[in-house]
Design a protein around this ligand. Structure first.
Ligand code: BLA
Length: 499
């Protein structure tokens, strides 16, 4: 990440948003270097704590043993994000704060406008009740819908959404609860660049981000080297994102990471029309609901994976049984093509072996399929490759019409033998939030800015099949290694018989 730069003229994929050096209005931050025993950074307004040149020792603010205890807890904290704590400064009222480590520094952040909420365990009950309710629901869609309505209820934001990433990095609003007089975003698609890679990567390390007032001027963080704000809750976001929210008519936003199997599955995203504060307690409630949802999603994904693996093992077993009975196994394999197609969720199967071609779809022409295979087989040997847009990825793809997707399972390291699974075209109407071809604008000073219009822009997607998932590709790997063993064995066997 050393190639990242905080320069706003850089493309969004390169911006070091964690080094922005600013915190949001109404918030405060101090950083202490414990080894050196001094403050290193402070946001505007914290001079009374840090002194004008950070010359005050931190012990004059918090008792040193308390600082040491915070450090110990923050080091042990496995919360993927800042740790909540209550501190009692020597002079002044108690504060509820977020604490995190940034290299050698211990960073403490707080909301200067929030009074300490009274401590009751009421919210625990409410969250618990809500978690139980979600647990009881059968379908994923119901769960997602319930989570957004509960989060909107808890936070009182004008809009709560679940935003799910597709494999190509674009994203879609898959659940929503919003004010009746607001235009719904449900079902709309957004280009990958709306949430550039650095922003997505931060959500693997930080669970929740709050932008309390989109239009407020940020506060500068003074001090030495740029402070790493990756784990910050109240860091000022990049200017381009502020413009984005402004163009959308958003005054405050709350975003929580939905992480499944160490990947960013999606986000909870909430918008409010005007500025909005949220207590630390409410932030934690949203985090709790979000991680519970993520655990549920991980469980469902695991179950699906197990089902796939089982189906695949069953298929591999069947293939072995079929083909070990005979050296002329291609026709035997074609006789179970329906089962192969069902397991691999494909529409047709092509087997090319020893220069012969077997087709499960009589509508295809063997000659044309062979031309296609001859053209591409050499560079695809000994592995599994795939495409869900044949027309774009393969020359001569018209030979395979009407199919639009292929999973190419090579069966040899030195011959053209292969198994092709084909998928039909799946026409899809994608409803974009604004024309994705005009997702960015270049400003007079050369900076890149977000689009102004999010008006729905529909695109009829052609020439594509349902994409091949990770699970399907790994299923194909298993089928490939099973078949390769069989091919080698039967070829060896045939050579034995023939010599
Ligand atoms: C950040 N963009 C984001 C974030 C979201 C979105 C959720 C994270 C915000 C946060 O950390 O609080 C996008 N929000 C959405 C989308 C929906 C939503 C799609 O609610 C759908 C309903 N953005 C652009 C362009 C650029 C860009 C063109 O549109 C760059 C040229 C950049 N977006 C951008 C940057 C960030 C961002 C740099 C990181 C902001 C930061 O954390 O500093």
């Amino acid at each position: 990440s050393t190639s990242l730069s905080p320069d706003p003229h850089q493309s969004c994929e390169q911006q070091a948003i964690h080094l922005i050096g600013q915190i949001q209005a109404g918030k405060a931050l101090v950083a202490l270097d414990l080894a050196a025993g001094r403050f290193t950074h402070g946001s505007a307004g914290t001079e009374s704590i840090t002194g004008s040149d950070f010359e005050k020792p931190p012990g004059s603010w918090l008792p040193v043993p308390r600082i040491a205890a915070l450090l110990r807890r923050a080091t042990a904290w496995r919360g993927r994000g800042p740790m909540p704590a209550t501190i009692e400064p020597l002079h002044g009222p108690a504060l509820q704060v977020w604490v995190y480590l940034a290299g050698p520094q211990l960073v403490i952040e707080w909301d200067t406008e929030q009074a300490m909420p009274s401590m009751t365990d009421e919210w625990d009950l409410e969250v618990k009740e809500c978690l139980e309710e979600i647990e009881m629901l059968e379908s994923l869609d119901e769960k997602l819908a319930r989570v957004v309505s509960r989060i909107r209820g808890l936070t009182d934001f004008d809009r709560a959404m679940i935003y799910r990433f597709h494999e190509d990095g674009t994203g879609e609003v898959v659940a929503e609860d919003c004010r009746e007089d607001w235009e719904p975003y449900l079902g709309l698609r957004y280009p990958a660049g709306d949430i550039p890679r650095p922003a997505r990567e931060l959500f693997l390390r930080n669970d929740l981000r709050l932008i309390g007032d989109v239009s407020a001027r940020p506060l500068e963080i003074r001090g030495g080297d740029e402070l790493d704000l990756s784990l910050s809750r109240y860091r000022q976001p990049a200017e381009v994102h502020i413009e984005y929210l402004t163009n959308m008519g958003v005054g405050a936003s709350l975003v929580a990471a939905i992480r499944v199997d160490h990947k960013l599955w999606g986000l909870i995203s909430c918008h409010h029309g005007t500025a909005r504060a949220l207590t630390m307690r409410d932030q934690s409630r949203v985090s709790a609901l979000t991680s519970h949802l993520a655990v549920d999603l991980a469980g469902a994904a695991r179950e699906q994976r197990l089902r796939d693996e089982l189906a695949c093992a069953r298929l591999a077993n069947k293939l072995v049984q079929c083909v070990t009975l005979t050296t002329d196994w291609a026709p035997v394999m074609m006789s179970i093509s329906q089962e192969i197609l069902r397991t691999m969720r494909s529409d047709t199967l092509v087997l090319h072996l020893d220069g012969r071609t077997y087709l499960s779809d009589p509508g295809l022409s063997a000659g044309r399929v062979e031309t296609f295979i001859g053209q591409h087989a050499a560079e695809r040997r000994n592995r599994v490759t795939s495409s869900h847009q044949l027309g774009e990825d393969f020359a001569g793809s018209d030979q395979l019409e009407p199919y639009a997707g292929v999973l190419w399972v090579s069966l040899s390291a030195f011959r053209n033998d292969c198994l092709l699974l084909l998928r039909r075209e799946q026409r899809e109407l994608v409803r974009w939030a604004g024309n994705p071809g005009q997702a960015t604008v270049v400003k007079a000073d050369g900076r890149i800015g977000p689009r102004h219009s999010f008006a729905e822009w529909s695109e009829q997607v052609r020439g594509r099949s349902r994409p091949w998932s990770e699970a399907e590709r790994s299923m194909a790997e298993t089928v490939r290694s099973t078949l390769i063993d069989i091919v080698i064995t039967s070829q060896g066997f045939r050579e034995l018989v023939e010599t």
